[in-house]
Design a protein around this ligand. Structure first.
Ligand code: GUN
Ligand code: ZN
Length: 424
């Protein structure tokens, strides 16, 4: 067993922040070798329950759950910050050419390494990740995650049409490859497989149907795709699938909405779509830096809350402009505030934080597993040092309460404050 003393942020199952200005987190390995939270709370009370356990004291630091990125593309690490006139030209001009290079397993392994270094440097301990259409890109991703003992989900991209040579896959083979990868990786250590149709326009009906069948057969895998990101894309889907009620309904029609189905963006939805997300227990991966960068639109947090739709935060690198959860939470605040295309609201700092930790875990179907530092959950956490940034140090010192402290970190923080990352 090991114990860590510092300021301590946890969440309860409802998303309420629990804060100790002098806290203690006690961890120990479970029978499976994964380190879990054994006890946590105020230092005096918790320390008294665990005499003899060595305590590491991180004075002036904040222990918080590791961040969870609900949607990111590891093969796009190197095209971050590539400007384009919106989503579809960006895919054609930057994304597809970059992803073609992952036919080379050595290149895939190199980028997977860089990607995990970036995630961890930024305090992200779990992510749901796109690979590319090449099965070797999935092996590279999971090998690297396994080596580091991380809880990670990912999968091979399915795209058998409207895609260039070198990226386009073949329907039957793509489904056989997906099933083989599920058997190779899903449930191994802390890894999980995500069935990953890129988005409706780049999959044939046969490929979507096959993906839905795999999703039914392997019920605890993830489903991972994009929906309703951009108006041009929504128009295109309407042309391609005239029989479906809406873009989201296309996925419903092929059996691709269920618990652990995660859809990036969910911007241009209507009330029926949100009700469908809720009824199917599908989740939205809100990707605010990406939406601002590509000019896609503004996720409606108020409508999502009212519909009871599961949602959490994501970087969407390389459409997104930063791996840093602090940048993503700040952009989510801006998106929430936007009040011209929808009612504006002010997300509370602890709510933003929840959406990138325990709330994201819940949206991913990982509640009780990671993201909260509740007793029994996996001990993935970050140690934050507000003193690493001069202006933040001043602001944090003056914080009167938890909300002020968290907001200072969200507005002024970045990878410099992530002093240490401890994974289970
Ligand atoms: N829609 C289809 N593919 C992509 C992608 O790679 N990134 C984003 N942001 N949207 C997409
Ligand atoms: Zn994306």
């Amino acid at each position: 067993m090991k114990a860590y003393r510092a300021q301590l942020l946890r969440f309860d199952a409802q998303g309420q922040a629990l804060y100790e200005s002098d806290g203690l987190l006690v961890t120990g390995p479970g029978s499976d070798g994964v380190r879990r939270v054994i006890d946590a709370g105020a230092y005096r009370a918790v320390a008294a329950r665990h005499p003899g356990v060595p305590v590491t004291h991180w004075q002036g630091r904040l222990i918080a759950p590791g961040f969870i990125d609900m949607h990111v593309h590891y093969p796009q690490t190197d095209i971050i910050g590539s400007p384009a006139d919106g989503l579809l030209p960006w895919l054609t001009n930057y994304t597809f050419p970059a992803e073609m290079r992952f036919a080379d397993p050595a290149y895939a392994a190199e980028i997977a390494h860089v990607f995990f270094e970036e995630l961890l440097r930024n305090g992200v301990t779990t992510a749901l990740t796109f690979a590319t259409a090449h099965p070797a890109s999935v092996d590279a991703f999971f090998h690297e995650a396994q080596k580091r003992g991380l809880r990670m989900m990912g999968g091979k991209v399915l795209q058998d049409r409207h895609s260039p040579d070198g990226l386009r896959d073949e329907t039957e083979q793509s489904l056989a490859d997906t099933e083989a990868l599920i058997r190779r990786w899903h449930g191994k250590d802390r890894l999980g497989y995500a069935i990953t149709p890129r988005f409706a326009p780049t999959s044939s009906e046969a490929q979507l149907r096959g993906a839905g069948e795999l999703a039914a057969r392997y019920g605890d895998t993830w489903i991972h795709s994009h929906v309703a990101e951009n108006r041009d894309e929504v128009r295109w889907v309407r042309e391609l699938f005239p029989q479906s009620r809406s873009y989201l309904s296309v996925y419903e029609d092929f059996g691709l909405l269920r618990a652990r189905a995660v859809y990036a963006h969910c911007i241009h939805l209507d009330a029926d779509d949100r009700a469908l997300m809720h009824a199917s227990a599908s989740a939205a991966a809100v990707s605010p830096t990406s939406n601002l960068f590509l000019g896609s639109g503004f996720f409606d947090f108020g409508a999502a809350q009212a519909a009871g739709m599961l949602h959490g935060l994501a970087s969407d690198v390389g459409g997104g402009t930063s791996f840093s959860p602090f940048r993503t939470m700040l952009a989510a605040y801006f998106i929430g505030r936007e009040g011209q295309s929808k009612p504006g609201l002010s997300l509370a700092p602890s709510e933003l934080w929840w959406l990138h930790t325990g709330g994201a875990a819940r949206a991913l179907g990982l509640q009780g597993c990671t993201g909260t530092l509740a007793t029994g959950t996996e001990a993935d956490f970050v140690v934050l040092n507000p003193d690493a940034i001069p202006l933040l140090a001043r602001k944090a010192r003056r914080a009167q309460n938890l909300q002020e402290l968290l907001f200072a970190l969200i507005v002024l923080g970045d990878d410099r404050v992530v002093e240490r990352v401890v994974t289970a």
